[in-house]
Design a protein around this ligand. Structure first.
Ligand code: ZN
Length: 145
């Protein structure tokens, strides 16, 4: 179960919409209490993929390390990664699975015609052969956002 707080969520959705029609990506910082994760801060990261960014994203390891450090400095953990699917549903693709890490939550944000549509969170397994959907709670997105 992952719960995303208002400020973090607003920034994630804004980043996904501004980056449209390309894929955006970023880090989610927060706390873990048993099975309950709370995202308190989100950080926009560069999509470092050098091809067509409408279909792919790539994170720089250095950016992830910096996000991890930023989390620790604020007494939190890097608990997940988010990215967007422009004009596509929020599913976990074969590429997403291949580039995943089993210890993070992966939130996929579907943006259609430049506006937030829906989002899902996934938990990849250690073998990177499958990802289960994770229960997610996020604030409502106002149509004007
Ligand atoms: Zn994807």
């Amino acid at each position: 179960m992952i719960r995303i707080e208002q400020d973090a969520w607003r920034k994630m959705v804004a980043h996904a919409q501004v980056t449209y029609p390309n894929e955006c990506c970023g880090a989610m910082l927060g706390t873990i209490d048993g099975d309950a994760k709370t995202v308190k801060v989100s950080i926009e990261l560069d999509n470092a993929f050098e091809g067509v960014q409408q279909e792919r994203y790539e994170l720089r390891p250095r950016d992830l390390m910096n996000a991890d450090r930023a989390a620790r400095q604020q007494g939190m953990d890097l608990i997940g990664i988010f990215h967007s699917h422009p004009d596509c549903d929020a599913y976990f693709s074969a590429t997403d699975l291949k580039n995943s890490f089993p210890w993070y939550s992966f939130v996929v944000i579907s943006v259609k015609n430049g506006k937030f549509d829906h989002a899902n969170s996934f938990l990849p397994n250690a073998e990177q052969t499958t990802a289960n959907e994770e229960e997610m709670e996020h604030p409502a997105v106002s149509p004007a956002a």
